[in-house]
Write a protein that binds this ligand. Structure first.
Ligand code: ZN
Length: 264
């Protein structure tokens, strides 16, 4: 079989260093957000056991403030994107929960989407700077866009080893969805672009038939193939540049629910 390489060049999203000062500010602020409780609708409907906090719209500006505090200099993502993502959650009636003690209950995730019940849970033990928070929310919202089936977009080969290590138990079909989510979570404004320029994005990112067979091989064999010299795709997209320069200029802000002081 003739394998073909990825057409995606991903932008790397470096996580913040968790120094002592940042952690202190972060955990202090998170604890002031409200009462974490085990008796929430999330736990009732999902049989979860960890304490968590529903973040209603009125708490969102405080939540954003916390992320701003632990984001000393802005890197890839912007407050505008963060507001868009949070805004979308509320428009789509997807509830946002913040959970603590998740690791204690033998679970290990930064974020998780409960598709049928329309919840997203973020693990408060991770420090959410703006880059990280946008990436996690984008990841979970991609799962909502997929709606239990892959988008059949190309995936970035460089995310394959990580996904295969951490999602080893998944079948081929589910692995493909994770590979897509990990590829596009690092793409600034992906969700907004998808919602506003869906056909354009599909034109750009749909995998060719030959690449599709390669992706299927990857998800079945849980590793990258040995590519030959001639396995280059016809063209390559740099995720950050493409969406920043080409598409984002077409975007018009829709209604924004957030307080004015957060607008910039
Ligand atoms: Zn995922």
């Amino acid at each position: 079989m003739e394998f073909i390489r990825s057409s995606i060049i991903n932008c790397d999203s470096k996580l913040i260093k968790q120094d002592f000062e940042t952690s202190k500010i972060y955990y202090g602020s998170i604890n002031k957000l409200g009462n974490f409780s085990k008796k929430t609708i999330l736990n009732k409907l999902t049989n979860e056991k960890f304490r968590n906090l529903n973040i209603p719209l009125k708490l969102i500006d405080r939540f954003i403030d916390i992320s701003k505090k632990v984001t000393p200099n802005k890197k890839l993502r912007t407050l505008k994107e963060l507001r868009y993502l949070l805004n979308l959650l509320y428009e789509q009636k997807i509830k946002l929960f913040l959970g603590i003690d998740i690791q204690k209950h033998n679970q290990n995730f930064a974020g998780r989407a409960y598709l049928n019940q329309r919840f997203i849970v973020l693990n408060a033990e991770e420090i959410f700077d703006i880059d990280y928070l946008c990436a996690i929310l984008t990841h979970e919202l991609i799962h909502f866009l997929q709606n239990d089936r892959p988008l059949y977009f190309d995936i970035d080969d460089s995310v394959v080893p990580f996904v295969m290590e951490h999602y080893n138990h998944l079948d081929s079909f589910d692995l493909q969805q994770e590979l897509e989510a990990f590829t596009y979570q690092n793409c600034p404004n992906f969700i907004e672009n998808f919602n506003k320029n869906e056909f354009l994005l599909k034109e750009m990112f749909y995998a060719s038939n030959q690449r599709k067979s390669t992706i299927t091989w990857i998800t079945l064999n849980k590793k990258l193939p040995n590519y030959s010299q001639s396995s280059k795709p016809l063209y390559q997209y740099d995720l950050k540049k493409v969406l920043d320069n080409l598409i984002i200029s077409d975007l018009r802000p829709k209604k924004i629910h957030f307080p004015n002081r957060l607008m910039r």
